[in-house]
Design a protein around this ligand. Structure first.
Ligand code: ADP
Ligand code: ASP
Ligand code: MG
Length: 439
C-alpha cells in the first residue's frame, strides 16, 4: 500500500485534478490518495468563520457566495458529461446549504471546525466523481470514520489502523481509495482538524497506521529546497534527507511539510518522497533513515517566536532554578524550542503565548522576566560532526550585520539555531544562502 497526498494547488484547478488522476492510475499498486481542499478554500472558510465570530453576517454571506461561484465554475471544467456535472452540483449545493445555515445559528468553536472541514469534503467528492467519469474503479473513504485525536489532541494511530483495515476489507477488489486530509474527529466526537497544512500529517499518519511501503507528498515544487524559495531567489532541491533532518526543517518552518508530519513516518520507518505534480519526472526529495549527510543541507525559518528571559534574583543560578523554570512551562503545556543559559539568566523561546500570563506569574517569583516578541528562529540543518570545522565561522560571517538574540548549538548533531528579530529574517536567509551554499 502506498499513500499519495496531493496539496491544494495540485487539486486547485480542474486541469490539475486531471493530472492527479493520471498520476494515480499509472500503475496497479494499491493506494490511498489523500487530498487537500482546493487552494484558497481553507483560507476562505477561515474568513467565513471569522466573520461569523464577529457577528458580521453580511460579510460572511458575501464570502460564502464568492466561494460558491468558484465551485460553480470549477465543475463544468472538471467534468464532461451533463449527468456527472449535475451530480457534482448537487453535492456542492449540499455543502453550501450547510454554510448558509451557519448564518442563522449561533457561532461556537465546534461550528467553526465544522466549517473548516467543508473544503476537504468537497475536493474529495469532486475528484471521486471525476474518477468515476473516467471509468476508474475507486472508493471514497470518509476520514471522519477513522482519523481521531485523543484528549491531548494527539492522533490515535491504533484506532486508525483498526477502523481503516475494516473499511478496506469491506471493499473487496478495490485497490484505489480517496480520502480527506486535514480533518478528523476529536475525543468528544466533534469534527476537528490537524491544524493548517495538516494534510501532510494525515498522509504520514495513514502511512504509519497501514505500514505503507511509501508516503508520497505531491505539491507544487520539486522537493525540499535548501532555503525558503519564497524569500531567496537561488535555491535548489535536496535529493536526500534523513528523518531527523526533515523533521527539523518541517518543525522550524519549511512550509512544504506540516511541522508534525515526519514523526509518524519516522517511528514506523516508512520512506517519504516529496514530489512535484506539475513536473512528475523531477527527482524530488527522498526522506528516509539511511541517508548519509556530511554537509550543510538546508535552512528554514519559523516566525512568531517569543523569547522569555528569566534573570535569577540571586547572583548565581541557584540549585533547582532550571527545574522550576521548565516545570512552569510543562505545567502550562507550552513547548520550549530554544534554550540558552548564562551565569545568571536563562532564555527560552516559545511559539504559543496563550498561557504566557500564567507562566510569567510563576517565573516572576524566581527573578526578573523579560519578554521579546516578533522573533524568528533560523534553523541550519546538516551533519555538523562530519563537517566540524568552519561551520560556525561561516554562519557568523554571514550574520555580521544582523543582531543575533540567541544561539543554540550542540544540542543535536544536525541543528544550529539562531534567534533574530523577525524584521531581519529575509536579509539573514539571503546572506546565509550565499555564505553556506555553493552555486
Ligand atoms: P501544498 O498545498 O501542496 O501542501 P504548500 O504551499 O503547503 O503546498 O507547500 C509548498 C510550498 O512550500 C512551496 O510552493 C514553497 O513556496 C514553500 N516552501 C517553503 N520552504 C520550502 C522549502 N525549503 N522547500 C520547498 N518548498 C518550500
Ligand atoms: N486545507 C488545509 C489547509 O489549507 C490542509 C492542507 O492543505 O494541508 O491548511
Ligand atoms: Mg501544505
Amino acid at each position: 500500500m502506498q499513500i499519495l497526498k496531493f496539496g491544494g494547488t495540485s487539486v486547485g484547478k480542474p486541469e490539475n485534478m486531471h493530472i492527479v488522476a493520471k498520476l494515480i492510475t499509472r500503475d496497479a499498486e494499491s493506494k490511498i490518495v489523500v487530498l487537500s481542499a482546493l487552494s484558497g478554500t481553507t483560507n476562505s472558510l477561515t474568513g467565513i468563520g471569522e466573520s461569523l465570530r464577529e457577528a458580521d453576517k453580511e460579510a460572511a454571506k458575501k464570502k460564502i457566495d464568492d466561494l460558491k461561484a468558484h465551485y460553480d465554475n470549477f465543475i463544468p471544467a472538471l467534468l464532461r458529461t451533463e449527468a456527472k456535472r449535475e451530480e457534482a452540483s448537487a453535492v456542492i449545493n449540499e455543502h453550501f446549504e450547510f454554510l448558509n445555515i451557519t448564518l442563522r445559528i449561533s457561532y461556537n468553536g465546534a461550528l467553526n471546525r465544522d466549517i473548516l472541514a467543508q473544503g476537504e469534503l468537497m475536493s474529495t467528492k469532486l475528484f471521486t466523481l471525476y474518477l468515476q467519469e473516467q471509468g476508474v474503479k475507486a472508493r471514497l473513504l470518509p476520514a471522519l470514520d477513522f482519523m481521531r485525536t485523543n484528549e491531548e489532541g494527539e492522533p490515535d494511530i491504533p484506532y486508525t489502523t483498526e477502523r481503516l483495515t475494516e473499511l478496506i476489507a469491506a471493499h473487496d477488489g478495490v485497490s484505489l481509495f480517496v480520502t480527506q486530509g486535514y480533518i478528523c474527529k476529536n475525543h468528544n466526537g466533534e469534527i476537528d482538524n490537524l491544524k493548517r497544512g495538516g494534510s501532510d500529517y494525515s498522509a504520514s499518519l495513514l502511512g504509519a497506521a497501514l505500514n505503507a511501503s511509501e508516503i508520497q507528498i505531491w505539491t507544487d515544487i520539486d522537493g525540499m529546497h535548501n532555503n525558503d524559495p519564497r524569500v531567496v531567489d537561488k535555491t535548489f532541491p535536496i535529493a536526500e534527507l534523513s528523518f531527523d533532518e526533515a523533521a527539523e526543517l518541517a518543525y522550524f518552518g519549511a512550509k512544504i511539510l506540516h511541522p508534525a508530519s515526519i514523526w509518524p513516518a519516522q517511528r514506523y520507518g516508512i520512506p517519504v518522497k516529496l514530489l512535484n505534480t506539475m513536473d512528475p519526472e523531477a527527482k524530488g526529495t527522498v526522506i528516509g533513515k539511511d541517508t548519509i549527510s556530511n554537509e550543510i543541507k538546508a535552512l528554514a525559518a519559523k516566525d512568531g517566536i517569543i523569547a522569555v528571559k528569566i534573570k535569577s534574583s540571586r547572583m548565581l543560578l541557584a540549585y533547582g532554578f532550571m527545574t522550576k523554570i521548565f516545570q512552569s512551562f510543562e505545567k502550562h503545556k507550552t513547548p520550549v524550542d530554544m534554550v540558552t543559559t548564562s551565569e545568571v539568566a536563562v532564555s527560552v523561546t516559545i511559539d504559543d503565548d496563550s498561557r504566557l500570563p500564567a507562566i510569567m506569574k510563576e517565573l516572576e517569583a524566581l527573578g526578573a522576566v523579560e519578554v521579546d516578541r516578533n522573533q524568528t528562529i533560523i534553523c541550519v540543518v546538516g551533519n555538523f560532526v562530519a563537517q566540524k570545522k568552519g561551520i560556525v565561522n561561516k554562519i557568523f560571517s554571514a550574520m555580521t550585520e544582523i543582531p543575533i538574540r540567541m544561539i543554540s548549538y550542540g544540542g543535536s548533531r544536525h541543528n544550529i539555531s539562531l534567534l533574530i528579530d523577525r524584521a531581519d529574517k529575509e536579509e539573514a536567509l539571503k546572506r546565509l544562502n550565499s555564505h553556506l551554499f555553493e552555486f
